[in-house]
Design a binder for this molecule. Structure first.
Ligand code: 3PG
Length: 306
């Protein structure tokens, strides 16, 4: 029986990625339905009703969605962070949840570098800015994105440091990084900090005033991870206190309007842009489609996260 797959992307993939996904499912003899650029959750609720497999991006797959998705066997988050899937409920309902780690990492890393330059040059306001060369960059959490950021930043002549209690020190050192085993040391020593933490109960609001106030003169925080890991009140407090502090984020904070008063020291993308490249869409979308076919045809559960 041909499987029914739903591609549900509130933020659509680039056309070549969709074409690649279509080709994979057509070759497998599966039926693909597309729900792209949808605006209402009710659209998703309706579309998942008959789907046996679903590909999503940051789309929320919670209990309400899984309750109506009676045939759903697998949901693949085409991307890295899967905090948008209630994985406990998925497990309870025997739905396999997967991600596609690493597939969009370079895109996010390039955005990190772009945002560092943008703020270092005062958002191209015509006044003299500063350069990245010779500056210290601290990578907070050394996963796939952190690794790409480190690699590119070294090409810019930055001194790259890392802190990640879940990654072996030797692994980071082998990549040519200087490693701090204390988080505070990373913040104390680096003018630039790039966040790559997942959103968990331990990381929410963990980047707070105590942490940020350690940063040296000319501090810049770049957040391409999740909005929730940064404490918004703390950012406001530090931006108020320190005229040298800059913040760029790829996830619009709830206090974005209030933050606009910081002018050239603050930047938020209008919509999460980290993974929004054709290449990343192709990599993650095709990986997700192949993972679904391999799951049904070969019972392959590589990349299962629950
Ligand atoms: C990820 O976790 O892979 C990134 O945050 C990208 O999210 P997106 O697919 O919604 O752009």
């Amino acid at each position: 029986m041909s499987k029914r797959v739903l591609l549900a992307t509130e933020k659509a993939f680039a056309a070549p990625a969709v074409k690649g996904i279509e080709e994979i499912f057509s070759k497998a003899g599966y039926v693909l339905t597309k729900l792209e650029n949808y605006k209402e959750k009710s659209d998703l609720l309706k579309a998942v009703e008959t789907a046996e497999a679903v590909i999503i991006r940051s789309d929320i797959v919670d209990k309400e969605v899984m309750d109506v998705a009676k045939d759903m066997k697998i949901v693949v988050r085409a991307g890295a962070g899967y905090d948008n899937i209630d994985i406990a409920i998925a497990k309870e309902k025997n739905i396999v949840a997967m991600n596609t780690p690493g597939q969009n990492s370079n895109a996010v890393a390039e955005l990190v570098i772009g945002m560092m330059i943008y703020l270092a040059r005062g958002k191209f306001n015509g006044k003299s800015g500063t350069e990245l060369r010779g500056k210290k960059l601290g990578i907070h959490a050394y996963g796939n994105v952190g690794r790409f950021v480190a690699m590119i930043a070294k090409g810019f002549g930055m001194e790259v440091y890392a802190y990640d209690p879940f990654v072996a020190k030797e692994k980071m050192e082998a990549d040519g990084l200087k490693v701090f085993t204390e988080m505070k040391e990373l913040y104390k020593n680096c003018e630039y900090i790039s966040l790559h933490l997942p959103k968990t109960k331990d990381t929410v609001k963990s980047i707070n005033y105590d942490v940020l106030s350690q940063m040296p003169e000319g501090a810049t925080l770049i957040n391409t991870a999740r909005a929730e890991v940064v404490c918004e009140e703390s950012i406001v407090k530090i931006m108020e206190e320190r005229k040298d502090f800059r913040y760029a984020t790829d996830i619009t904070p709830s206090n974005d309007k209030e933050m606009q008063i910081y002018g050239d020291r603050y930047f938020a993308t209008p919509k999460k842009m980290g993974a929004q490249t054709e290449e990343a869409n192709i990599n993650a979308g095709i990986a997700a489609a192949n993972q679904i076919v391999n799951f049904f045809e070969k019972a392959d559960i590589s990349f299962k996260v629950n």
